[in-house]
Design a protein around this ligand. Sequence first.
Ligand code: 6GU
Length: 231
Amino acid sequence: MKFWVLTLFPEMVENGVLTSITGRAVEKGIIEFEAINIRDYTNEKHGKVDDYPYGGGAGMLMQAQPVYDAYMSVVEKIGYKPRTVYLTPAAKVFSQGKAKEFALEENLVLLCGHYEGIDERVLEKIVTDNVSIGDYVLTGGELAAMVVVDAVSRMVPGVLTNAASGKDESFSENLLEYPQYTRPEEWMGEKVPPILLSGHHANVEKWRREQAIKRTMERRPELLKDNEDDR
Ligand code: 6GU
């Protein structure tokens, strides 16, 4: 799978994606990643990519032309119009279900806005999916694109080394992760729950499931209602 990120700040996204687990997956060739600088595609002198909004209002908007040409450079390389995600707070919130869905694509384009947004006309031509990462406003889509690349990558076979990981944690079953413990057995007077030391696998599993349900009820009760986005 290849991620193409269209952005005015390619080094920001590169630094994130090429670090840690996703970086290792790129090195191993399990995923591919290319950040494209939208500014490289402007037809204007001095590298201008933004202008004032018609009708007035605060700030600047990214112009259609450089965004479209950056996108078309990807289309020309891969030979078809790929699924193209616009990162924007004006969208449904990204979910584990969407991460699994995007992980089935051979190519995924992530379009990062900056300033006050992007001219709607180019969005209408190229965007297949709008995605927000939560109900707060960021200065640009780059952090959101990094979040999506990370969550999608870990659903691509081979990115996670441990066979069980990616399966058994928060959200796959609409439950939050149970509490976990490692050595030492006692720390600052606090002991590890004895059942985890019992060696009784079935009892451990039962305890973990109970803890997961308790934690979900306390912290995220709305997850216990069936939600298509989380599947
Ligand atoms: Cl995807 N972009 C921006 N700029 N702000 C956000 C967001 C995205 N998701 C939440 N806030």
